[in-house]
Structure formats: structure tokens, C-alpha cells
Design a protein. Sequence first.
Length: 216
Amino acid sequence: METGDGAERFLKQEIAIMAKSFKCNICGKTFAMAMHLGRHRTAVHGVGGKKTKAKTAAAKTAKRKRGRPRGSGRKPSSVSVGLPAISGAPTEVIRTLMNYQAQLQADRDRVEAQLDALSRAIEAMGAVSTATRNSMGARRRGRPVGSGGKRKGKLADYIVKVLGQAKKPMKPREISAAVLKAGYPTKSKNLTRSVSNALPTIKGIKKVGFGQYIAR
């Protein structure tokens, strides 16, 4: 009986010693297992948690670098419809490109308006100069009065004809191609510019939309 009691006391002493094997160096609390001590230090004293999280984050980053870049498999948003494909571009970049596109279009409208104004001014100055020469008797020989040096089949006539036959609005580049196809005789190396300058001065032609014209 005494032998059994002695063994039981010995076992209890060993258990007590094991229970006090892991002691917190901050608050002095003891634990039977190292895992319990670690949880206590992290939850109560905040020791060891940040380091573990940092290691986990570093491991995840290393795994991502080995494979496909994060976000490369996403579908493009609806904002980018109509723009050139930009791989991995955020919404801010697309918005910046669209704003730049709108700015360029506004600049082009302003330049076209300035060209139209210059064309009208040049035409007006040319008309005044012609009238002055006529009043001074500087008409060319063999040319009837009031002819003004205009030839049959001038560019304006071809433009009116082409736009009158068109089923939809046309741009100056399209008009110049149609004028040549219709048989307009010219040696100009830049007929499109001549068409662009002439369009605002022709009666019966109306500008619709951006850089497009129709016959009224």
C-alpha cells in the first residue's frame, strides 16, 4: 500500500514539474506545453505575431513571382472599349488616355476653324484684288468681262456633284478621292487640303458631325 502511495506521489511530482517547465518571461505564468506558451505570448503580450505574419507574407510574395503576375488574367473593363489594348493598365491610365484623345479632337476642331477662317479671308482678298485689277483695265486679253479666270468644271462644282450623289456624310479625304474618280482634272499633290479649304466657302454644303459634310 505504501509502495502504491509512494508511486502516486512521485507521479504527481513529475507532472507538477512538467507543468512548470514552460514559463512566460514577461508575466511569469507557467504552461505545460511550449505551444500553449507561444499562444499566450502572442495573444496577451503581442510577441512573435508580427514576425510570423511577415514571414507568411514574404512566402506568398515569393510564390507569386514564380508564376503569372497578379492581375494579368483579368478581363479589360468596359471603359477601355474602343481604345487600343493596354495590358494590365489601370482605370486611371485609360481615363488619362481618353482625356488626351478628347483634347486632341478639340485642338483639331480649333485648327479646322482657323483654316476655314483663313480660307474665307484669302478668298475675300482675292476677290477684292480681282475687282481692283478689272477696274484698272488689267483684264487679260481675249477673256470676256466678268469671267474672272474661272474654268469650266471647277473644284466646287465637282464637290457639289459628289456630295449630291453621296448617301452618307463624307470626309474631305473621301471627297477628294470621289472628285478624282469623277474626272476632275488636277495636278495638285495635296487635293485633300484644297477640298478642305474649299468646303466652307461652297454654298449648298453643310458640315455635320466632326469633319464630315453633306449636300443640303
